[in-house]
Ligand binder design. Structure first.
Ligand code: C5P
Length: 232
């Protein structure tokens, strides 16, 4: 059964907690990204854990292996349930991230790899030295590389999740943003899928921000998405 993660793309801890309380018991998983974490620090994660929520700490670590290992350990101590790293940090960095996560046992964080940022096109890839592969080919190659080196899963667009879930081992996590219920505003998301499509294609976690946070009735918006996910 896929899980819904609400992206807390707000600037203050007070606003974050207000949103979480407004959404209520229906949603048990929240994403804290760079914007909120840089503003409010680890206290926001502690506050979510105190409310009994799971936390996706989306800080996209990319550094030398020792630093990433220690950052993942810090995230594990905070109680983060999912932590992102960049697959381009290479083998040793991914392995060290996984080893640090494993120190926490079965309740520890799961490591998610970012393959290619969806904001990059072919010419951007060429600029950073990736030549001879399309973005789609690079996504496939980096996802395989990350999983082979210990990542538990990947962050991927709804467009990629079908082919990745067919190619990667059973049990791999597929965390998919860019999800929009039918008829919803797409905002700046260009490649969107409905919650049901994403789950049907193999997503294990859907990340949804504005369609819930900006809805007139956030708990109802979340309930509808959960119902659509459950219908698959
Ligand atoms: O508001 P919305 O539903 O578009 O929020 C999606 C969340 O997922 C945001 O936090 C965004 O940064 C994140 N994300 C994304 N696309 C990616 C990677 C992450 O939308 N390729």
């Amino acid at each position: 059964m896929a899980e819904l993660i609400v992206a807390l793309d707000v600037q203050t801890r007070a606003e974050a907690i207000e949103k979480v309380e407004a959404i209520g018991d229906g949603v048990g998983f929240y994403k804290v990204g760079m914007e909120l974490f840089t503003a409010e620090g680890p206290d926001v994660v502690r506050a979510l854990k105190d409310l009994g929520k799971k936390v996706f700490l989306d800080l996209k670590f990319h550094d030398i292996p020792r630093t990433v290992e220690r950052a993942v350990r810090s995230g594990g101590k905070l109680g983060a349930d999912l932590i992102t790293i960049h697959s381009t940090g290479a083998k040793e960095m991914i392995r060290m991230a996984r080893l640090a996560a494993d120190e926490f046992g079965s309740d520890g964080p799961r490591i998610l790899a970012v393959t290619v940022l969806t904001s990059l096109d072919q010419s951007d890839l060429a600029d950073v030295g990736v030549a001879g592969r399309t973005p789609a080919e690079q996504v496939q190659a980096m996802a395989r590389f990350a999983i082979d080196n210990g990542a538990h899963g990947v962050v991927c667009s709804p467009r990629e999740v079908g082919s990745l879930s067919r190619a990667l081992p059973f049990g791999t996590l597929f965390v998919t943003p860019g999800v929009r219920p039918a008829g919803a505003e797409t905002g700046d998301q260009k490649r969107v899928a409905t919650p049901a499509d994403a789950v049907r294609d193999g997503a294990t976690h859907l990340v949804v921000g504005r369609p819930i946070l900006a809805a007139g009735d956030p708990p109802e918006a979340a309930r509808r998405i959960l119902a659509e996910m459950a219908s698959v």
